[in-house]
Design a protein around this ligand. Structure first.
Ligand code: PHE
Length: 460
């Protein structure tokens, strides 16, 4: 096994600017989580109060780990695995902490295998909306469209391959000519599409009702489960805990202030989630539909709304294009830790690492494609109570979102808060005096406590 120990910092293989990193990390953060998941979980959990708790979780749990993970990544300057090996040595702490690196590479590998499939739904829906399939259609027809797609393994497999190919090509071209070029183009497009959608919703939907649904908190509508959902989602939406930010951080120039940059990323991510809600709920309300329909909100309820509205075919198409762009800029970030690891540990070129990693993920992805049709009744680890009744898709989602991501976030907070030497930490993070002390207090106590509660709840 050939192991290159050179850090990206020495090799000068870095993001070309602070802005490039912000776009890439915001691209990772802004994804299906913001546009597909956030609106539907807000809908399911009654709106305003849920949004408020979610915002608190972003501050107390999301941002501290975002900062810590990026800082660890830049210090190590390599793949999550090698970074943790280097840091456990230089900090003189137990080798046990290396689990953070392995957890990252394995979880980012697994997450892409099912995340890609939802990206595929978006891709297919661009075509469906554009061809006017939803125009004037009733609920049954539109529900049937979604059901029909899920039931068709070949169609899903074809687009799954296309989606993975796009991701592999971008990542294979490297940091500056691949990832940076892609986000430079895609992120402005994403914001533009989002603004267009919000303006459309303002003019043709029940905007006032959506605003009050999202922003007037009624705590009687919020359950304990809702609070924990908000907490879990705060981690997912900021892409923390699975090595992605560690990988992106390894290419971050030394002079960039991490705390300030992390705040910018979190603000961008949160704004997109809120704007997505403001693009979707007005249309849902204007057409007398329910906001709490769950995962089908975007693929069933929303098309129904588009089908009733003037300009619905055009704006429906734009909406699913927005969803696809968001999915791609997140998917590329999930492949990066795997590619870094393959490059370092197997000594293969970047292009080959991307291809090899992508192929392996594509292969596992076949299991997630089949979870909705041929393997609908297959529950691989069903004999374990925790995994009862879970298809391959459910299992991967559960493993990553409920186990590996919280464990990753927790161990990162503990490592940065308790295990690392304090020397130079404040400067590395980019905070001073009271702000630094407050940050450390949150990172050492509140963040781990919050994550532990959600983690235990999800297991029971
Ligand atoms: N943050 C992304 C989203 O909201 C998902 C993601 C999770 C991306 C973990 C990378 C790592 O869709």
């Amino acid at each position: 096994m050939s192991q290159s120990t050179q850090s990206h910092q020495q090799a000068d293989n870095l993001w070309s600017s602070r802005m490039a990193f912000i776009l890439a990390a915001a691209g990772s953060a802004v994804g299906l989580g913001n546009i597909w998941k956030f609106p539907y979980i807000t809908g399911e959990n009654g709106g305003g109060a849920f949004v408020l708790v979610y915002l608190a979780c972003i501050f107390l749990i999301g941002i501290p780990v975002l900062i810590a993970e990026t800082m660890i990544g830049r210090r190590g300057g390599q793949s999550p695995v090698a970074t943790m090996r280097t840091l456990t040595q230089s900090e003189g702490v137990s080798r046990g902490w290396r689990v953070i690196g392995w957890n990252g590479v394995i979880a980012s590998f697994l997450v892409l295998s099912f995340y890609a499939l939802i990206g595929v739904w978006a891709l297919v829906y661009i075509g469906k909306a554009a061809s006017g399939l939803f125009t004037g259609a009733d609920a049954e027809t539109i529900g049937g469209q979604f059901g029909g797609l899920l039931a068709n393994p070949w169609e899903l497999l074809l687009w799954h391959s296309v989606f993975m190919m796009i991701v592999v090509v971008i990542v294979g071209r490297g940091i500056r000519s691949g990832l940076e070029k892609a986000v430079n183009m895609l992120m402005p497009l994403l914001f533009l599409l989002l603004v267009v959608m919000v303006i459309y919703a303002m003019n043709s939907g029940s905007f006032g009702r959506a605003v009050s649904f999202m922003f007037s908190p009624d705590f009687s509508k919020l359950s304990t489960a809702g609070v924990l959902t908000a907490l879990g989602h705060a981690a997912f939406t900021l892409s923390i805990g699975i090595g992605v930010l560690m990988a992106y951080g390894s290419y971050l120039p030394k002079d960039v202030n991490i705390a300030r940059t992390a705040m910018t990323i979190a603000v961008l991510d949160t704004s997109v989630a809120l704007l997505a809600g403001l693009a979707i709920f007005p249309l849902v309300f204007a057409n007398g539909l329910e906001p709490g329909t769950g995962p089908g909100l975007i693929f069933v309820t929303l098309p129904l709304a588009f089908g009733q509205m003037s300009g619905g075919a055009l704006f429906g198409t734009l909406f699913f294009a927005l969803l696809l762009v968001a999915a791609i800029t997140s998917a590329i970030s999930m492949l990066e830790p795997v590619v870094e690891w393959l490059e370092e540990h197997k000594g293969v070129s970047r292009a080959k690492s991307a291809l090899g990693g992508g192929l392996a993920i594509w292969f596992i992805g076949i299991g997630t494609v089949l979870s909705f049709n041929v393997w609908e009744d297959l529950h691989p680890l069903g004999f374990i109570t925790l995994f009862e009744g879970k298809t391959v898709f459910d299992l991967l989602d559960f493993l990553v979102s409920n186990l590996m991501m919280p464990l990753g976030g927790l161990t990162i907070a503990l490592f940065a808060g308790w295990a690392m030497k304090r020397q130079g930490l404040a400067a590395d993070i980019g905070l001073q005096g009271g702000a630094y002390r407050a940050f450390m207090l949150v990172l050492r106590y509140l963040t781990p406590a919050g994550i532990t509660v959600v983690f235990l709840y999800n297991l029971i």
